[in-house]
Design a protein around this ligand. Sequence first.
Ligand code: URP
Ligand code: ZN
Ligand code: ZN
Ligand code: ZN
Length: 479
Amino acid sequence: TQFETVIRGGKVVTAADTFIADIGITDERIAAIGLSLDGARVIDATGKLVLPGGIDSHCHVEQLESDGSVHEETFGTAGRSAFAGGTTTLIPFAPQFKQQTIAAHAENYRARAARSPIDYALHQIITDPTDAVLDGELPVVIAGGVRSLKMFLTYDPFHVTDGEYLRVLAAAKRFGATVCVHCENYDAIGWRSEALLKAGRPEPASHAVSRPKVVEREATYRAIALAELVDQPIHIFHVSCGEVAEEIARAQARGVKVTGETCPQYLVLTAAEMARPGREGAKFMCSPSPRDAGDAEGLWAAIRAGTLDIISSDHCGYSFEGANGKAINGLDADFTRIPNGVPGLAARLPITFSEGVAKGRITLNQFVALTATTPAKRFGLYGRKGSIAPGFDADLVIWDAARRVTLTNSLMQHAIDCTPYEGLDVTGWPVMTIARGAVVMQDGVVTATAGQGQFVPASLSDDAKPRGVVPHDFDAALV
Ligand code: URP
Ligand code: ZN
Ligand code: ZN
Ligand code: ZN
């Protein structure tokens, strides 16, 4: 057989294995893995790694806001940035706002996503879980291939009460979906923020002070305990430190189906960055807050223990200067009125590889598991995405493990005017990205067209299935 394309002689890395082989691609899929494969087109990968394309299972792209504004990062620019960094699938967020239905924004968001150059699945944010939403709309959304919900325990205007959270957990269990949770205590942050503002401390550095680790730790414990009450699996988003991971580990040890992720910002940034002069600290402001020097080691320990098993970017498209980004409430807005989030689509794989593999903290196989395979499995894309095997989409990245690069904003290729990783030295860099068999990035040049990305419907993953243990005599029918 002659394949359309053969990737020749690279060191193929999956979550389970590392070996030198050729990869044969035909009709957008991996058709064969072997030696001396014959291709109409041959791409030489000798001396390089060949990895599954990254799956960024938590990123905010062209996200609609309740005030009618839209994140500056469109699917077009996000796709370009992702491809530049070796990522081939995104899972951004379709919104729901308080006192509105899911349907109110579904068409708008789907139309934006339809212009995506990169394949994507979707999470559904739930902020107002009325009966109409949970029993009327949610089953339709889930049947349409959106099998993960996001709940916020903090943030105006998104946060839900414990009661609302419980109702969503129960609905997710009824219809079959996983639930991702942003864990911070709303009232605790509000109380501290008010005190900081009264004390005349409106600057970005107060962000970290307003939401210390214990605020995240309490909400994480609570999110897990309530999920345990319902017997609904949950995934904890953006874990910032080892103390929070400890709550997840304790629950896992007693059999609860809870998983967790962290993000590069918690591996390389600290709260000290937010104390830069003027408003510059806003560039590093995300929630949970970056912690202190040394906290990254707690996260790496939790990663090696398997407590945290995904590294996502939590990419947020807020520019520093633009009127729709960090400055949306003016240049002198206090820390409570500056949008939270940092961009990181293109930086995710290089930082994880450099801090993880190049520094000897994780293996190559763990790197692939954290950035592609486990996100695909958790969010129901596996079988098509997340590994290198016959039948899978030919989503691949050719990786130069020795290349040293100093990160700059232009290398990120996003629509945002800054990166919190400016000046960070990394070892390891993607030299080619292939999406469903097509070269979409070569030596930093991205060639991908709007609409080329497909919506990938998710199936119910094993991780998302209840374990069948409900505390006390409480029948599922009562839910
Ligand atoms: O600060 C962050 N992470 N903003 C994005 C929204 C979220 O909470 O994930
Ligand atoms: Zn409230
Ligand atoms: Zn969040
Ligand atoms: Zn997020």
